[in-house]
Design a protein. Structure first.
Length: 174
């Protein structure tokens, strides 16, 4: 086994990535405070060819050096839009026929291991604020709430980590 050098990895060019088929997943960032988390989620969405990112509320927008630091150029490849109000963004997605999924610890949430969705179903995944999570008024209009099982004392993961787990899980289904 030998580690591959960067020039040996078959990476898509920006032009080829733009033309490549994307998974029908839009990631909605609901008031993410940390630019580093936002950048990390951009990078994850690039890695798994997500359709788009909706940046909402206080979530930082490119260009910003702290987003760029963790995105490593993904802000140039992943489509994104900014919405002042998360409810507005989610309602637009609902009106377009997207299944709205919240990633949150909540009453009657579904264990992510027990969830399934039909192939190619238009899906939106909402990731919430690092301290407060997803606002209740947004949870009220979601179709399903997924929870990642956790077995330690904290019962919380960094939003970019939990987002990565959820995006990977949904990508395999879609």
């Amino acid at each position: 086994m030998r580690k591959l050098y960067t020039d040996e990895i078959k990476r898509l060019s920006h032009e080829d990535f733009e033309k490549a088929q994307k998974i029908p997943l839009i990631v909605v960032l609901d008031n993410i405070r940390s630019h580093h988390n936002t950048g990390s989620i951009f990078r994850t969405c690039d890695a798994f060819a997500c359709e788009e990112i909706y940046l909402c509320g206080i979530t930082g927008i490119p260009p910003h050096r702290d987003i760029h630091k963790t995105a490593l150029g993904a802000t140039e490849t992943v489509k994104w839009q900014y919405f002042e109000n998360t409810i507005e963004a989610v309602q637009i997605l609902k009106d377009k026929g997207y299944t709205i999924i919240a990633l949150e610890i909540a009453e009657n949430s579904t264990n992510i291991d027990d969830f399934s969705i039909e192939k190619n179903k238009k899906t939106a995944l909402i990731l919430g604020n690092e301290v407060d999570g997803i606002n209740q008024d947004i949870l009220d209009i979601c179709d399903v709430c997924l929870e990642i099982p956790q077995y330690g004392t904290k019962h919380s993961l960094n939003v970019s980590v939990s987002g990565g787990i959820a995006i990977w899980t949904l990508m395999k289904m879609l």
